[in-house]
Ligand binder design. Structure first.
Ligand SMILES: Cc1cc2nc3c(=O)[nH]c(=O)nc-3n(C[C@H](O)[C@H](O)[C@H](O)COP(=O)(O)O)c2cc1C
Length: 345
């Protein structure tokens, strides 16, 4: 298994922290859990951020939120909090800092109805006074750097990210990440990398560009289009925890940006599988792992051309109904053998 890779690319500073490179694994609820974050770091991600943690649930010690905020095994632990009550957000940040968080990230970009109808996430793009109160409350509650992640605006008519970024800088925040879509776009269309430039031009704190980075060459491209200081990667890393590190290499102009060979991919998946069983326990772990196994097979089958969809569908059907972890692991090994054989055929 590969060791942590140090890159000679421009360092990214977030307050008192200097990251090894400027490529960040995005927070993705239900996906970028602690095993995935550790693996992404091992493969060279410059920073990983916890899944969104609801502030009230964290304060109540809700077990899922405590799991989400777990930071063991990563050199710098960033916890993302979500909510709409400045006081509770500040308290949640305090709890996360006390539990070892070295960075607190505030979610002001989540488009999900259940989040925005509670006036949290992207809904804060429509209530900048409340957004400011939250930024200031969180900044005042902790001594570690505070960052914010948001979108371009609520809809096409409102490009609020510039105002929000200025506000973040005035409130003492250390970095702002912009997903190049509006809330109303959810995940449709293409992320508008060039539109992020207006935010970069408006503030002096680091600006991170996010959205649709799915190939190593997208890393240099999004930086060029946006002028941003770094890149954040979400769905491109699903089933490919090595991908942020590969993008960092591409930005640095280094070779070795291809996916690892299939033996290594299989070893990564089996190690993650143990991680999920350990983190969630057997019953929940088996279920939680299923989507990742599907994505990992998809990534592995990328070299099999046109038959890819049918191969992956066949293995998904067989593997994703199993309840016994030993059978799943044996099935993963067999699936990779099959994919290797077909890729070589
Ligand atoms: C399933 C899923 C869960 C997500 N959860 C979060 C979250 O908890 N916090 C957050 O700020 N963004 C969340 N996002 C948004 C991503 O962090 C990212 O901004 C978005 O996917 C665009 O980047 P990408 O094109 O690289 O995926 C989530 C996205 C997906 C697809």
């Amino acid at each position: 298994m590969q060791e942590t890779v140090a890159f000679s690319i421009p360092a990214l500073r977030i307050g008192s922290h200097t990251l090894p490179n400027a490529v960040i694994l995005a927070p993705m609820a239900g996906i970028t859990d602690a095993p995935v974050r550790r693996m992404a770091v091992r493969y060279g991600a410059g920073l990983v951020i916890s899944e969104m943690v609801a502030s009230e649930a964290l304060l109540e010690g809700h077990p899922e939120m405590v799991l989400r905020a777990e930071g063991e095994g990563v050199p710098l632990h960033a916890v993302q909090i979500a909510g709409n009550d400045p006081y509770l957000m500040g308290e949640a940040a305090r709890v996360a800092e006390a539990a070892g968080a070295g960075i607190i990230d505030i979610n002001m970009g989540c488009p999900a109805k259940r989040v925005t109808t509670g006036a949290a996430g992207a809904a804060l793009l429509r209530d900048l006074p409340l957004a400011r109160a939250i930024l200031e409350a969180v900044r005042g509650a902790v001594s570690v750097p505070v960052t914010v992640k948001t979108r371009l605006g609520w809809d096409d008519a409102a490009s609020t990210a510039v105002d929000l970024a200025r506000m973040a800088q005035e409130s003492g925040l250390a970095m702002v990440t912009i997903h190049g879509r509006t809330r109303c776009q959810f995940y449709t269309g293409r992320a508008d990398w060039a539109a992020i430039r207006a935010v970069k031009d408006a503030v002096s704190i680091p600006v991170i560009a996010n959205g649709d980075v799915v190939a190593p060459s997208d890393g240099p491209a999004i930086l060029e289009a946006s002028g941003a200081d770094g890149v954040m990667i979400g769905r491109g890393a699903q089933g490919r925890p090595w991908f942020p590190g590969r993008v960092a290499r591409a930005i640095a102009g280094l070779r070795g940006t291809a996916d690892p060979d299939l033996d290594e991919q299989r070893a990564v998946l089996l190690e993650l599988y143990e991680g999920w069983l350990g983190l969630y326990g057997r019953a929940l772990g088996v279920r939680q792992a299923r989507k990742h196994v599907g994505w990992a097979l998809d990534a592995a089958a990328a070299g099999t051309g046109e038959v890819r969809a049918s191969i992956v569908a066949g293995w998904r059907k067989r593997l994703l109904v199993l309840e016994d972890p030993a059978q799943v692991k044996a099935g993963i090994a067999a699936a990779f053998d099959d994919i290797m054989w077909r890729a070589a055929a």
